[in-house]
Design a protein around this ligand. Structure first.
Ligand code: GDP
Length: 301
């Protein structure tokens, strides 16, 4: 996991610890570091920021080489990475409880491009909430992609949950509204709404998302991004943020991510917290994102 970014950080540390760094060597070192960060899916703006931090820490002659310099730089990078990814997260269970006390269902809208793992992630969250004792209703507001309804229905069957859907071509906002009405009538605690995810540049899709948001006013909007897609995930996140808006991010497929910079890049770009990460294909493979753990994975031996 995260081998590329980990290697970029450890090579930098080693180089600082081992060599005398004149101005020219420092420039070369930073250039190589930047390239390695980019290869590790770190967004350009973050690369610039991290490089600047290293440069500033090594500016004084006294800290230009040796173990101490290496430690100084490592601590500075850790602090900065922690700062970028430590965005306050919503307390999901507390919010669900609050709505439950008000006699209202808590609704979560899932946004993202096809193939990122949106439907699987929704099912994982349904599984988690069901195990915590909440009643959960699945809703298929993707009335566009062939097979979308059957895919969610399969999860509903496996998890023994009710699902609300209509025919293909139906108005996705109307499906979501029906689900909320059903949930209110039947005292459902949480409504999870799956949406279509054709090309993020599609104007129709964004209009569709905006309409669902307007009609349903979800309590939480989660953007699902695929860690393996690098820069694409950032473009997608930006487009959904500008058009439909979202509150937090779930980053999927981190179990297969050899680069590691997606969390950093998405958090930096969107300023939205990563609430969970997907760590496999099973229902249990959803973990709360933890900034300290992420840093440990990047800097650990
Ligand atoms: P959607 O089109 O965005 O709804 O994507 P799907 O939910 O159909 O997922 C696409 C593929 O990604 C499926 O094969 C999932 O099993 C897989 N997938 C989803 N999340 C993860 C994850 O966290 N790790 C891994 N390894 N695979 C995942």
């Amino acid at each position: 996991m995260f081998e590329k970014l980990k290697k970029a950080l450890s090579s930098l540390k080693a180089a600082i610890a081992e060599r005398e760094l004149g101005d020219k060597e420092l420039e070369d070192l930073l250039y190589r570091f930047s390239l390695e960060l980019l290869e590790g899916d770190v967004a350009q703006e973050v690369v610039d920021e991290l490089s600047l931090i290293v440069k500033e820490r090594l500016k004084g002659e006294r800290v230009k080489r040796g173990e101490d310099a290496s430690k100084v730089v490592e601590e500075a990078l850790k602090d900065e990475i922690r700062r970028i990814v430590s965005i306050p997260k919503p307390d999901l269970l507390k919010e669900i409880e609050r709505k439950r006390r008000e006699g209202e269902p808590y609704s979560i809208l899932f946004l993202g491009v096809n193939g990122t793992g949106k439907t699987t992630t929704l099912a994982k969250l349904a599984y988690m909430l069901k195990r915590k004792g909440y009643s959960v209703l699945l809703t298929c507001s993707d009335t566009y992609r062939a097979g979308a309804i059957e895919q969610l229905a399969e999860h509903a069957k496996r998890l023994s949950l009710k699902m609300i859907s209509q025919r293909y071509g139906a108005d996705p906002a109307a499906v979501a509204r029906d689900a909320i009405t059903y949930a209110k009538k039947h005292d459902v605690d949480v409504v999870l709404i799956d949406t279509a995810g054709r090309m993020q540049t599609s104007r129709n899709l964004m209009d569709e998302m905006k309409k669902i948001v307007r009609v349903v006013r979800p309590d939480l909007k989660i953007f699902v991004g695929d860690a393996l897609t690098g820069n694409d995930a950032i473009y997608q996140a930006r487009a959904f943020l500008e058009q439909a808006g979202f509150d937090c991010v779930i980053l999927t497929k981190v179990d297969a991510d050899v680069r590691g910079g997606s969390a950093l890049s998405i958090a930096f770009t969107t300023k939205r917290p990563i609430i969970f990460v997907g760590t496999g294909q099973g229902y249990e493979d959803l973990e709360p994102f933890d900034a300290n753990r992420y840093i440990e994975q990047l800097f650990g031996s």
